[in-house]
Design a protein around this ligand. Structure first.
Ligand code: SF4
Length: 84
């Protein structure tokens, strides 16, 4: 499943465009989650309205890595999860 680095994501939405399984949505990072971000990450967040990518349908991921390759911020990694 994809994991989005909150310090890096700028919500540029390339992942939403390339994912064949519609895993991502762009939304505003909740205020409660902003405190955990680095100072540089908070500056970025303020600059782009805190829009970030969220893997809201992560269970649909097929690990093709298109999102990893397309992200200009190198904000996405794939994490192996146990099958259920
Ligand atoms: S690895 Fe492929 S299927 Fe999974 S979220 Fe990224 S683009 Fe979508």
């Amino acid at each position: 499943m994809p994991v989005v680095n909150r310090d890096k994501c700028k919500g540029k939405a390339e992942c939403t465009a390339v994912c064949p399984y519609d895993v991502f949505e762009i939304a505003v990072l909740p205020a409660a989650e902003r405190a955990a971000i680095s100072f540089a990450g908070r500056l970025k967040g303020l600059a782009h309205g805190w829009k970030q990518a969220f893997p809201v349908r992560a269970a649909a991921c097929h690990a093709c890595a298109e999102c990893v390759a397309s992200c200009p911020e190198k904000a996405i990694t794939l994490k192996r999860v146990a099958a259920v």
